[in-house]
Design a binder for this molecule. Structure first.
Ligand SMILES: *Cc1c(COP(=O)(O)O)cnc(C)c1O
Length: 464
């Protein structure tokens, strides 16, 4: 058995180049179903060793039939960013180096690159210079970490040390959310033991934005420890909650404002879009996703907090005899994990290769291309755009001559996915079926959008 890394890595390198260079010509959807792929992968020869390079080659051969081309320019499903080349390459090396990014003792390099990458992101996003930051796996854990810091802080203000005493007997914490918040907020509330009964929902408007006067009225009726969750970048419509007004209302009640900016925090990198988040600097914590508009590979989430003491108190790993602590920043004090992948490495490479101006360009370009989708589609007979396209998201509805708009829209989604020119998913937006288009890939071109519009129009044409 040849365990030298060269033959396996040679296969991986050739496969990687063939995949990336083949992306533009590739069908965007998977060719095989999940069940077919399980069948191909669940081979009988697994009890004895296999040649490593052959294993990699065979795995890649199955992947070729089963991966979706979300790395390419015509994938518009969910909110899936691509990966810029420097970040892809740096992420490979992250695996090769296999560092434990826990702290500066386990890996001086991983700790240093994380420190510098986070410092750059704070600068890029114009966040207050004193904020603390942590690398996590995604928006879910960023929301969890932000809300953990919030829980510590608001209970601390009420004289309760939740880290020591837990929640039994604690003052009740209320978590105020908008009607169109992301599901990961609710799950973070569950993780934190606050319970879904602590969640108070403020209605959202037709774009999905929190109604601020309803928020102010609700705050007037509540007292005690309170957290307000604003959302900047709705996963369907791309809408931004009015953050300045939310911060005003929260400030009158000493409530913590957590910003779920998984998509929209990146608007702060762009001079054109920054005003969508007016007032952002007054919030208490901000979550963002590196694997969305920053275009680093999965997985990459980020949490920033303007109360480093509360952030640290909620996450700090206690002193252990086998872990020496220096004066250096210790990444495991700012995230829920101990041993961790060096997620700072691909972030560093992405920022260094794009520059702040290149990141602004990605944001600007994705938003401009989303508007191009909306302009071209709304010019078509029988196609309606449901949202104000303020950012990178477009919601489209296909009208049916017989009035079954929901059924028709769903059928067209299925046809688009089968056609393979592009991929976009379906959703239900405020009670109506819609096609979701999310432009989040650095490599998407005008031509990609135009080809995709043509594919949608083809699929929307009445049969026969
Ligand atoms: C994507 C998203 C999340 C969840 O992020 P993950 O990276 O999938 O964990 C949370 N909130 C919003 C607004 C999102 O768009």
């Amino acid at each position: 058995m040849n365990q030298s890394p060269r033959s396996s890595l040679d296969v991986a390198y050739q496969q990687a180049l063939a995949f990336l260079e083949g992306l533009p010509a590739r069908t965007v959807a998977s060719e095989k179903t999940y069940a077919e792929l399980c069948g191909l992968l669940d081979t009988p020869d697994r009890e004895t060793p296999s040649d490593p390079a052959t294993v990699v080659a065979k795995l890649a051969a199955v992947a070729d039939q089963g991966v979706v081309a979300s790395a390419g320019g015509r994938y518009f499903g969910f909110v899936i960013g691509g990966s810029v080349p420097a970040a892809v390459a740096a992420d490979w090396l992250t695996t090769i180096w296999d560092q434990n990014a826990m702290n500066a003792t386990s890996s001086p390099f991983a700790a240093a690159v994380e420190t510098v990458a986070l410092k750059w992101l704070i600068e890029l996003l114009h966040l207050p210079a004193h904020v603390s930051a942590g690398c996590v796996t995604g928006g879910q854990m960023a929301n969890f970490t932000g809300l953990a810091a919030a829980r510590h802080h608001v209970l601390g203000q009420a004289g309760w040390d939740v880290e020591r005493r837990g929640l039994a007997g604690a003052p009740e914490v209320k978590v105020i959310v908008g009607g169109e918040r992301h599901a990961t907020i609710d799950r973070a509330v569950r993780y934190l033991g606050l319970g879904l009964d602590s969640v108070r929902v403020v209605p959202a408007d037709r774009q999905g934005r929190m109604n601020v006067s309803a928020l102010a009225e609700l705050l007037d009726r509540l007292d005690g420890p309170t957290i307000v969750c604003a959302q900047e970048g709705n996963v369907n419509s791309g809408a931004f909650d009015p953050l300045e007004e939310i911060c005003d209302a929260a400030a009158r009640h000493d409530a913590w404002v957590h910003v779920d900016g998984a998509i929209g925090l990146w608007a702060l990198a762009s001079a054109e879009y920054r005003s969508l988040l007016r007032g952002y600097e007054r919030a208490d914590s901000w979550a963002a996703d590196g694997h969305k508009l920053l275009n680093v590979p999965y997985d990459s989430g980020l949490i920033f907090c303007s109360h480093p003491d509360s952030h640290m108190a909620s996450m700090r790993l206690q002193d252990l005899p086998y872990i020496t602590r220096g004066a250096e920043r210790s990444g495991s004090d700012w995230s829920p994990e101990m041993s961790r992948r060096a997620r700072g490495v691909p972030i560093y490479a992405a920022v260094r290769s794009l520059g702040y101006s290149g990141i602004a360009d990605i944001v600007d370009r994705c938003c401009a291309l989303a508007r191009r989708f909306a302009d071209r589609l709304s010019a078509e007979e029988g196609i309606e755009v449901l949202n104000d396209v303020v950012f990178n998201q477009v919601l489209v509805r296909i009208l049916d001559p017989d009035g079954d708009h929901d059924g028709r829209t769903r059928a067209v989604v299925a046809k688009i996915q089968q056609d393979g020119t592009c991929w976009m998913g379906g959703t239900v937006w405020q009670g109506r079926a819609a096609i979701r288009i999310s432009v989040a890939n650095w490599s998407t071109t005008t031509e990609d959008v135009d080809r995709s519009v043509d594919a949608i129009v083809r699929a929307a044409r009445p049969a026969g």
